[in-house]
Design a protein. Structure first.
Length: 273
């Protein structure tokens, strides 16, 4: 049996391609049974695992420039798996998967203290204030592979982990039947819903540790500076915090890259080592 590589699943999102259409939001909600309310305008209590932000360069017309930034959970690695949310959870309801690099959320363990929400610098976690109420007949639309969350728990993007489990089960069966040499997954065998739904192809998903995957080739780390990509167009949100997220962004626009690291005037130009 072929030895599997240690995995570190992550994303590369090209902001120069993103049109802000919101297809990734809809695909995420549909795939993961994300609850909704009749009035979704109240963003204090609404839930969306993927949120698209609109950024601008702060200049008046005709020099105005707009950028749309999709923000899923960043699945921070932190220092050897000690991501901010995992470090503060008293119920171990969230954990860092050393085999996948995915930060999980175990709803039956969560008792709603919301420490993880306070610790997350990306506002990627949401508290479920009410039990979801589905319109008559809509229960048939729910994805049977994803549990429906009850009130009083925190939920977030899981990189569609149920798809990984399904792909692994299929690979193990095929390996046992002699149909493949290894249970190691190919790049296209495990993809998130938002990746497949993006009409512009702005979202790329794969194993950052696998040289054959596009995410590795685009966000290949600099050996001199661990975690920082060689690609000059690549950056991660709030890099200076040291959360070591596994979602990389691409942009040819300098103001976008500076905004992504929460650049402040007077602090000196952000150095890309």
């Amino acid at each position: 049996m072929k030895q599997e590589r240690p995995k570190k699943f992550g994303m590369v999102i090209d902001l120069d391609k993103c049109t802000g259409c919101g297809a990734c939001l809809v695909a995420c909600m549909s795939e993961n049974n994300v609850p909704f309310k009749p009035d979704e305008s109240d963003k204090l209590t609404s839930i969306t695992w993927m949120r698209v932000y609109q950024l601008n360069n702060g200049k008046p017309y005709p020099e105005t420039d707009i950028c749309y930034l999709p923000r899923p959970c960043q699945h921070c690695e932190g220092d050897h798996g000690h991501s901010p949310c995992v470090s503060v959870c008293p119920a171990t309801a969230t954990d860092y998967g050393m085999e996948t690099g995915i930060v999980s959320q175990i709803y039956t363990r969560c008792f709603g203290c919301r420490y993880c929400m306070a610790a997350c610098p990306y506002h990627a976690r949401y508290f479920n204030w009410w039990d979801p109420v589905w319109p008559d007949g809509m229960e048939k639309y729910l994805n049977p592979s994803v549990s429906v969350r009850m009130r009083g728990v925190v939920e977030k993007c899981s990189f569609c982990y149920h798809r990984y489990q399904t792909a692994k089960d299929k690979a193990i069966y095929q390996f046992a039947e002699g149909e493949r040499d290894s249970t190691d997954l190919e790049e296209d065998e495990y993809q998130t819903a938002c990746t497949q739904a993006c009409p512009a192809g702005a979202i790329i998903f794969g194993d950052l540790n696998n040289p054959s995957h596009r995410v590795h080739q685009i966000a290949q780390p600099d050996e001199k500076h661990a975690g920082r990509p060689k690609n000059p167009k690549a950056f991660r949100l709030l890099e200076r915090l040291g959360t070591n997220p596994k979602v990389y962004y691409l942009s040819s626009r300098d103001w976008v890259r500076r905004a992504g690291d929460n650049y402040l005037e007077g602090e000196g130009k952000l150095k890309r080592h």
